[in-house]
Design a protein around this ligand. Structure first.
Ligand code: SME
Length: 162
């Protein structure tokens, strides 16, 4: 079990993502439990980037239900089509929100959140979860985050028992 996470000392997010993705892969390859693997994935992302909130919402009972996360207390259930998470689920695509106040229907679990990225996790042709990351900085996410977070979501989607 790789208990030590190596994070390069750079501010370049691309370099950090490229260093952590193989480590996430190694971690989840050693463990079969879904919750354990989602939990460690949120820990890696939180530690690598110090994001304000990192977590998964799982598709259960036709809604999104809070799963493993790192950060402050969060809403436990989100209806499809509601908030950034529910909209990402309904539109079946990644949403990058540079300013949450400008997103109609944004659900403010914390008033400190300024920007957000939400990435669906696909298992074959179905969205089974969404990865939600909140930042306390405006415009904190771009296509680099999207590219690498989609890689992480794809890795989880393909390898885990959902
Ligand atoms: N802001 C999200 C809700 C989840 S929390 O941010 C953790 C949304 O609008 O869907």
């Amino acid at each position: 079990m790789a208990e030590h996470l190596y994070i390069p000392t750079t501010k370049d997010r691309k370099g950090i993502y490229e260093a952590i993705i193989p480590q996430v892969e190694a971690l989840i390859n050693q463990e079969t439990d879904l919750i354990a693997n989602l939990a460690n994935t949120t820990a890696v992302l939180k530690e690598a980037f110090s994001f304000f909130w990192v977590g998964f919402y799982l598709v259960k009972e036709a809604q999104l239900v809070l799963g493993p996360f790192q950060g402050p207390l969060a809403c436990t259930r989100i209806a499809f089509g509601k908030g950034v998470c529910g909209t990402s689920y309904t539109q079946q695509k990644t949403l990058v929100v540079p300013d949450v106040e400008a997103f109609p229907g944004h659900i403010a679990c914390s008033s400190l959140t300024q920007s957000e990225i939400v990435v669906p996790v696909w298992q074959e042709k179905k969205v089974v979860a969404i990865l939600d990351i909140d930042s306390d900085q405006r415009e904190d996410f771009d296509q680099v985050d999207q590219l690498y977070l989609e890689q992480i979501a794809s890795l989880l989607g393909k390898t885990q028992k959902w």
